[in-house]
Design a protein around this ligand. Structure first.
Ligand SMILES: C[S@@+](CC[C@H](N)C(=O)[O-])C[C@H]1O[C@@H](n2cnc3c(N)ncnc32)[C@H](O)[C@@H]1O
Length: 196
């Protein structure tokens, strides 16, 4: 593992490696790719996602969405000026369980849910997963990451119950344990699904 100036940079390096292992083999080359970063918070991983997208397309657009306005403001002010010219990003305060109401959504080729929060509110997250699958391009991919073992298992089951087909799973060998909750760890598990 290389040395990093801070833990965030380390986590993003690990995420990039894991996405290249898990997602890249399933991504076909396109002129343009749309990625929806759902429940994105501050969207720290935006440059990482842009890098992966640039390996599979000439241009890309990242749309981020979260219910927390303060985090969305931070994402907008940071990423509007920090991405390579072939990738644009916009962030919006909106409920993921109201994705159906969002007219301005470009059909995602990839929907990304980092540190999904299914077990915190199963009815809401079932809606988020369901509407994410509904909006996804027919050949699109849905990627989740999870902080906890149990939460990951519950999310996998929920997505399968909604008809999604799991095509990959990865237990992150370089996950970083967090101390605010037992068993919590950054991007501890990742999984990729396609539409059923
Ligand atoms: C565990 S955090 C993960 C945030 C970010 N993806 C990350 O990895 O740092 C879960 C996120 O889900 C968002 N969230 C919760 N309910 C939501 C909803 N109904 N629609 C959209 N976002 C929601 C929260 O605001 C929070 O940012």
């Amino acid at each position: 593992m290389p040395e990093f100036p801070d833990l965030l940079q380390r986590d993003l390096f690990v995420l990039e490696q894991n996405l290249r292992t898990l997602l890249s083999p399933h991504l076909s080359q396109k002129d343009h790719l749309n990625l929806l970063n759902l429940a994105c918070g501050r969207a720290d991983e935006t440059a990482t996602l842009a890098k992966i997208l640039s390996e599979h397309s000439q241009t890309a657009h990242i749309q981020g969405l979260d219910i927390r306005a303060a985090e969305i403001d931070q994402a907008n002010s940071h990423w509007k000026k920090s991405l390579p010219s072939q990738t644009s990003a916009t962030f919006r305060t909106h409920r993921g369980d109201r994705l159906r109401d969002l007219q301005q959504l470009d059909t995602p080729d990839i929907t990304f849910l980092r540190h999904q929060n299914y077990w915190n509110d199963r009815p809401v997250w079932t809606q988020i997963f369901d509407q994410a699958l509904e909006k996804l391009n027919e050949d699109g991919l849905l990627v989740i990451t999870s902080y906890f073992d149990k939460e990951h298992q519950l999310a996998l089951e929920a997505l399968k119950n909604l008809g999604a087909i799991q095509i990959g799973n990865l237990a992150n060998p370089d996950t970083r344990a967090l101390t605010d909750a037992p068993g919590k760890s950054v991007d501890k598990h990742l999984a990729v699904f396609k539409k059923g």
